[in-house]
Write a protein that binds this ligand. Structure first.
Ligand SMILES: [Zn+2]
Length: 487
């Protein structure tokens, strides 16, 4: 081997793009921690966007291992883990008092290896935090600052993962702590039997695999400000806000802002310059307060993701309306009675005993004129017969003579219906075209969005399919109208 080839083999290659790396990292973690797809994506995205994550669920569900492995994948990251109890003292979390500083009458802690110097922290049983550590903990979570003696030091923590068996009681004064966690997950034990066996034999990884550096995280952070939020996403935020208000749920402006920042971080991490609707499902783990709000929120987000802002219900109701109008008109023309006396054509002398016959003649000979059958009585012995065009005659018969002359086929009404149908049809075609394009586009956007779970992708597409079904229903009504019109 020549020097040149050694040189070539060791030459730096272009760094793989961050998005692919993140995707690999999540894939590797998903093979270690089965049935934790959404939690892994959430924990990673929280780390990139500087948010904290709360895991609620029974012990022994691999929450701490997951946080530990996540930290191992952060190059040069330092991890801090602690299981809190009611009796946990500040020394155990923030570090022991420094003896040398005490000798100088100062009150300082040696924080190496404790929470104030961690990049990722996992605090198990976090709601056991007692008042002696709660305030410092809140300051770290909120401001990433630690008051060490007289000094205020910055805390380099990206994310604190907290775990608890249950949500805190409202009386416990832990609402502020609960509020610091933007991401909230309920973790259950592994459901699938095969997956359970996998967990039994799993080694929780060996710390090797794809990792991400602090520099890469800063690159993502810099790109966040360049992400443009699509109009539809803002529209969806308005719908969400309305939803929460109608439920009497208060979401602070600060929380709304944070969620949008997380979504923008998700887009930036994928190298994207725009934030589209497919990022919305990520909000399902950020916007609920009480567990019973979870399902409704998710369903709404799935709906919003799959709707391109087309109101299918309106189209459906206009086509139904037209159909029932036609049915009514048809009924009228079917119950059409014989004329009390014949109507005569001035031009060819034919006589007609019903509106149907009359209209057919008018269609066949549009230039022929007709006479008013009562003209003789009305005008006496020497009537100057007035000649009428068909529509005018119909008007006289109906309004002056009081006859029932409704005639659908060939009549003005039918032309009106036909025009209305044409309009409906063309707006349906437009919607249908947009919908199909949207579905193809959506398929692609969903597939390429690394943060979405299989479950989310599947449910969004299923929702789309249901919309396609209702499109088919509209199509059927329109066809029915069409065949009615053609008679
Ligand atoms: Zn005629």
């Amino acid at each position: 081997m020549t020097d040149a080839s050694v040189q070539k083999d060791n030459a730096p290659v272009a760094p793989p793009n961050i998005s692919a790396k993140l995707s690999d990292l999540m894939q590797e973690m998903r093979s270690i921690f089965v049935e934790r797809e959404e939690e892994i994506a959430g924990a990673l995205l929280a780390m990139l966007s500087g948010e904290h994550v709360l895991f609620i669920g029974p012990p022994g569900t691999a929450k701490s291992q997951m946080a530990k492995v996540m930290c191992e994948r952060l190059q040069g990251g330092s991890f801090y883990y602690y299981l809190l109890t009611r009796f946990t003292s500040p020394e155990e979390v923030f570090g022991p008092l420094s003896l040398s500083s005490l000798q100088k009458d100062e009150f300082r802690r040696r924080t190496e290896g404790y929470l104030p110097q961690a990049n990722i922290a996992f605090l198990d049983e976090i709601f056991k935090a007692n008042s002696s550590i709660l305030n410092s903990l809140l300051t770290i979570l909120n401001e990433r600052m630690f008051h060490n003696g007289n000094e205020v030091v910055e805390v380099p923590v990206l994310s604190v993962y907290g775990a608890s068996n249950e949500l805190p009681d409202e009386e416990e004064g832990l609402a502020a702590l609960y509020d610091r966690f933007l991401y909230r997950f309920f973790i259950t034990t592994v459901q699938d039997e095969e997956n359970f066996l996998k967990v039994l034999t799993s080694t929780h990884g060996d710390g090797k695999g794809t990792s991400i550096s602090m520099e890469e995280i800063s690159v993502i952070k810099e790109d966040v400000s360049q992400v443009v939020v699509d109009r539809e996403v803002l529209q969806a935020y308005l719908s969400l806000r309305k939803h929460f208000r109608s439920q009497g749920v208060y979401v602070s402006d600060r929380r709304w802002n944070k969620t949008l920042l997380v979504l923008k971080t998700a887009a930036a991490a994928m190298g994207r310059k725009d934030l589209d609707l497919t990022f919305l499902p990520l909000l399902q783990h950020m916007l609920w307060d009480r567990p019973e709000q979870k399902e409704g929120l998710r369903s709404l987000l799935i709906d919003l993701t799959g709707s391109g802002g087309v109101d299918l219900r309106r189209l459906q109701s206009s086509s139904d309306e037209l159909l029932s109008l036609l049915a009514k008109a048809k009924q009228l023309s079917a119950s059409e009675v014989q004329f009390p006396r014949p109507v005569c054509c001035y031009d060819c002398g034919s006589t007609f005993m019903s509106a149907k016959e009359l209209c057919r003649h008018g269609e066949g000979f549009p230039k022929h004129l007709f006479m008013d059958p009562y003209a003789r009585e009305a005008q006496g012995v020497n009537p100057s017969y007035r000649k009428f065009e068909l529509p005018e005659l119909m008007h006289v018969l109906e309004n002056v003579r009081g006859w029932k002359v409704t005639c659908l086929r060939g009549g003005a009404e039918q032309r009106l219906y036909a025009r209305e149908w044409q309009e409906l049809r063309s707006s349906y075609d437009k919607v249908r075209g947009a919908h199909e394009m949207e579905r193809n586009g959506l398929h692609e956007s969903l597939r390429s969005n690394i943060w979405l779970s299989q479950r989310d992708r599947r449910d969004i597409l299923a929702r789309q399919d249901r919309r396609l079904e209702s499109m088919a229903e509209i199509e059927r009504s329109l066809r029915e109208v069409e065949s009615e019109l053609k008679g």
